[in-house]
Design a protein around this ligand. Sequence first.
Ligand code: ZN
Ligand code: ZN
Length: 258
Amino acid sequence: MMSVREMKIKELLVVVLLVFVVVSCSKDSDPITPEDDVVPEVYSKIYGTTSEISLDGEFVLIKTNGTPDHKSAYYASNNALYEAYNGTTFGGGNFAKNPNEIAAQSLTFKIPLNPSEATNKSATSLGPIGVAINGVALYNQYAGPNNQALTGEINSFDQYYGHPTGTSQYHYHVEPIYLTTVKSSKSGLMGFLLDGFPVYGPEEEDGSKISSSDLDAYHGHTHVTADFPNGTYHYHFTSDAPYMNGNGYFGTPGTVTQ
Ligand SMILES: [Zn+2]
Ligand SMILES: [Zn+2]
């Protein structure tokens, strides 16, 4: 026979269990419409993620470790992806390796699912302003710490035009040529900025080359692309400054945590 006390404890456990079941069930039945549940197909082009791309309300969550899937002189010499520098620098000067080395990061990009033009545009900051399809961070046209021109840093870009920071975060400021020549094409989707608008390579799908003078102050324009048959605003990489983004975000930026 159970004592009264034991029975009370049993009853309490049953109540706790019931409450737990009710709470979990109500979480499952949040009012989500089917289309809200689905990450749009275009995001499947981002292959360099550490977990499945998901939605968080009106935002797309993209998690990456930020390391390039191509060889680099900035990998540790015992890394399979290490390769001594060979090639032609972005600026045509002599390669000048910086003292930093690539290391895995923990980056979470939270970008608007339905981007729109911001009424008040905001400037980009130093650090990640977007994510490339291989999971590498995209940086703006400046060098730290005081937004000076990139001129002094360009010769430190590796054979695929990226380099790591002092915190070992690899990134691209300019056309990621591994993506435009190996993984995709000069007119392919290269990634997204934090405002949710896509970034394309330096050519249009008809093969025409884009330069900064073809674009607005934010370094983009609007038209139909294969990925966006209804048209979208998008940025382009160009070989001339500011290379990917101009006066800031065209839309309202989401966030990046690192
Ligand atoms: Zn840099
Ligand atoms: Zn375009």
